[in-house]
Design a protein around this ligand. Structure first.
Ligand code: UDP
Ligand code: MG
Length: 315
């Protein structure tokens, strides 16, 4: 059995060596045939140089280097496309995903699970971020078809079957959390303690988190459009009732002094609702715009894997 490990790296020069050593320790301990594929996602530091050095001394280490930063989603996809293993573990380059879990994951894989998912608790996380995330998951799970679980990320083992299903999904806007959930298969969740980064800093800003959050809602279905439709219809119903009510008043009491307040209030509410709904439409059109272009998800600059080429959207 060959186990592949995928590690997407962006500016991880400070942590990549530790991560490599820790993974290697665990793999040598359980004495398993393996390959470790690092994806250098257009790092601006010395990540690539370090990867090359590691690769020269250890033939099980492969790297794929992108021509620029394409994001972690693209990195993971590249990894999944180029690994040759029977199963794969995806993990971060900052040791926030403890390699010590790998043996347990393999145990469950051997028992027949296709996805062994590592779930972290939120110990030590920023209180407000934890709170906001909880709220987000509550909302999002009401809104979309696939189930997203708090604390569950990309750290997981996937069987060859699962990997093949994932790379068959060619969408340009990739939301892995949703994709993992969407493909299904037999799943097992294991728990681990939240870890802090070994070195360097997180690449998530508030803006990127927000954008990721919106992707989570929009990428997986068209329910938000349905919600807009329902709210729109309710507003029309309410307006109709109100109009009938006003008409009756006019018929009984004659024309009242025109109401400034009601006019402004209704203009503002209807205007706001319309803008939001146009925004939702716009989000979908934006996604379609990128999908129809059929651009590759990433461009490979260099690699020590022979056939590594940029991927294409249209097969
Ligand atoms: N990463 C990447 N491309 C990016 C941003 C991040 O490949 O554009 C990698 C990063 O090197 C790390 C993983 O994705 O291995 C998770 O990133 P980070 O630690 O910044 O996220 P957090 O753990 O804070 O959620
Ligand atoms: Mg991290």
């Amino acid at each position: 059995m060959l186990l592949s490990i995928i590690v997407p790296c962006y500016n991880e020069g400070e942590s990549i060596k530790y991560t490599y050593q820790e993974i290697k320790k665990v793999l040598n301990n359980i004495n398993i045939q393996h390959e470790i594929v690092f994806i250098n996602d257009g790092s601006k530091d010395n990540t690539l140089q370090i990867l090359k050095n590691i690769g020269q001394n250890d033939k099980s280490v492969k790297y794929i280097s992108f021509s620029r930063n394409f994001g972690k989603e693209a990195g993971m996809l590249a990894g999944l496309e180029y690994i040759t293993g029977d199963c794969v573990v995806i993990m971060d380059a900052d040791l926030q995903h403890p390699p010590e879990l790998i043996p347990e994951m393999i145990k469950y894989y051997e028992e027949g699970y296709d996805q062994v998912i590592a779930k972290r608790n939120r110990k030590g996380d920023n209180k407000y971020r934890t709170w906001a995330t909880k709220l987000y998951y509550k909302l999002v799970n009401k809104l979309i078809d696939v189930e997203l679980v708090d604390g569950v990320g990309d750290f997981r083992l996937l069987s060859r079957k699962a990997v093949d299903s994932i790379i068959a999904m060619k969408e340009y806007n990739r939301f892995s959390k949703g994709i993992f959930s969407w493909i299904g298969f037999k799943q097992k969740t294991i728990q681990y303690e939240n870890q802090s980064r070994v070195a360097g800093e997180t690449k998530w800003s508030f803006k990127s988190l927000l954008s990721y959050g919106i992707d989570g809602i929009i990428s997986f279905n068209d329910k938000p459009l349905r919600v807009c439709f329902v709210i729109g219809c309710s507003l029309i119903m309410m307006s109709l009732i109100y109009i009938v009510f006003l008409l009756a008043q006019i018929l009984i009491h004659g024309i009242d002094v025109p109401g400034y307040f009601t006019t402004i209030a209704s203009i503002m509410i209807i205007g706001g609702v319309q803008l939001v709904f146009i925004g939702v439409l716009g989000e979908y059109i934006g996604k379609i715009y990128y999908e129809v272009k059929k651009r590759p998800h990433f461009i490979v600059d260099e690699s020590n894997i022979n056939n590594a080429a940029s991927d294409s959207c249209d097969d």
